[in-house]
Design a protein around this ligand. Structure first.
Ligand code: GAP
Length: 450
């Protein structure tokens, strides 16, 4: 039976911490507001998400070029892109307690507990002013106006700035895309909701360059690709909504935007986005740099500034939506009264995302079993991330693997020496199969490679 909200968020946060997926950053020093570290299983889950994305949108297509650009770029980039002027949120400050909030997300209900000021009475806000979200630092030993640089607020700009390098040095023809995965930084006024809104996060972005006449067609194509992704990562599709963004709410560079929103326990909010950035960025960089960023069609000879469709995905929000969608509770009944004695948790992660693919669990710590089980673990580890565990009852070890979403558990028992076989248990069907040790790699290739 699947348990529902409202405490789903707390349960997921608690599981993430307890099982080493995600924990508060710098915790021994009291933490740092809204910074989170991905632990041993979190980093596996994150890498698997990035690997799957790269496989679907770079490796398995023949119209894509990958990129891994520097986080700190020449500040002229941000001047040309408009971020220095426009990348801001409206900020208000309470005149009494000096807390700051985003003016566009204040609760309208004046009775909401939000409005209570710690200095007494209700908050009294200043007029809203625009607050630029770019994180600033200095490059080199002198902290002067001339050494100011910014941590990129989106990975996108490098894909425009490097456009000429790519068309000159890599064999691409329009339509084609540039894909990048990497960190982005925003000095958010109100971060929160676990990893939903943080000041340091990761994006997976594509800038897809097209002839202007084809822009609408490719916008629809990429919307379809985002839907395909949502299915591939096993999100609860009843909680996924596609929302056309109105003129007033669109980013300053976009002519059309559709957000993929997810119904999180704290409300329906953005998960991904897709924007029609027109020729805005390439034209601005062409103007500011004085370099020709036009594309010359090799067949027709037509020279033009390509238009851009930008589908964008947040890695951290993907992780949150995946954890929320895959968290499942079952009530374990036992005893004469068949009463509920325990609630068992399973993360029903898609196999491709599961941090650990196979757990190898010898029934006892005796050498006669662990020598064989370790040998199996080493063989499987050449292909997949596996764990080998000897401590605790087999029931407890199964339970832990279910909680971290391991699709297969393999037990080595006292029969193994005779029949050269082990028992493999499937997380979702709970079915157990006896498999020959020599055939394990072949067996898991069939089960795990999609
Ligand atoms: N290049 C376009 C761009 O950056 P965006 O909607 O501002 O568009 C893209 O960001 C994605 O990055 C969002 O859909 C979201 O998944 C993620 N994202 C944005 N701000 C974030 C934050 N403060 N914390 C975590 N993820 C964030």
């Amino acid at each position: 039976m699947k348990k529902q909200q409202p405490d789903l968020m707390d349960k997921v946060i608690s599981l993430a911490k307890r099982r080493g997926f995600i924990f508060p950053g710098s915790e021994i020093y009291g933490g740092l507001a809204n910074s989170w570290d991905y632990g041993p299983l979190g980093v596996e889950l994150k890498n698997n998400i990035k690997k799957l994305w790269w496989k679907m949108f770079v490796q398995q297509r023949f119209d894509m070029a990958g990129l891994d650009a520097a986080i700190i770029m020449n500040p002229k980039v941000w001047e040309a892109s408009g971020h220095l002027k426009n990348f801001s949120d409206p900020l208000v400050e309470c005149k009494k307690c000096h807390e700051r909030f985003r003016a566009d997300s204040l609760p309208t209900d004046q009775e909401d507990s939000f409005w209570k000021c710690q200095k007494g009475g209700k908050h009294e806000f200043t007029e809203a002013r625009q607050f630029n979200m770019m994180l600033k630092t200095y490059l080199g030993p002198v902290e002067s106006e001339g050494s100011v640089v910014y941590l990129r607020p989106e990975t996108a700009q490098a894909m425009f700035v490097d456009f000429k390098q790519i068309i000159d040095n890599y064999q691409v023809k329009i339509p084609f895309g540039v894909a990048q995965i990497g960190k982005a930084f925003r000095n958010e006024i109100t971060p929160g909701n676990f990893i939903f809104r943080t000041r340091e996060f990761e994006q997976m972005e594509i800038e897809y360059f097209v002839h202007p006449k084809d822009a609408e067609k490719y916008f629809e194509h990429w919307l379809g690709e985002q839907k395909r992704w949502v299915t591939a990562i096993g999100l609860d599709e009843s909680k996924v909504k596609y929302v056309e963004i109105s003129d007033e709410d669109r980013a300053f560079y976009s002519k059309r935007s559709v957000d993929t929103e997810f119904v999180y326990p704290f409300g329906q909010k953005e998960l991904y986005g897709i924007a029609y950035r027109t020729d805005y960025d390439l034209s601005r960089h062409e103007q500011a740099s004085g370099k020709n960023l036009k594309y010359k069609d090799p067949v027709s000879g037509e020279e033009y500034t390509p238009h851009v469709i930008e589908p964008t995905w947040g890695v951290d929000r993907t992780i949150l939506a995946v954890l929320l969608s895959s968290y499942t509770e079952t009530e374990a009944r036992s005893g004469k009264d068949d009463a509920v004695h325990e609630t068992e948790v399973t993360l029903k992660l898609p196999k491709e995302l599961a941090p650990i693919k196979v757990a190898i669990l010898p029934l006892s710590k005796k050498d006669e079993l662990t020598i064989v089980s370790m040998d199996i673990a080493k063989k499987l580890a050449k292909h997949w991330m596996v764990e080998h565990h000897t401590s605790g009852s087999i029931g407890k070890r199964y339970r832990r693997q279910d909680e971290i979403g391991t699709p297969y558990c393999l037990t080595v028992d006292f029969e193994t020496a005779n029949d050269k076989s082990v028992t493999v248990r499937d997380r979702d069907t709970m079915q157990q199969e006896r498999i020959k040790i020599d055939e394990l790699v072949k067996y898991f290739v069939k089960k795990l490679i999609i």
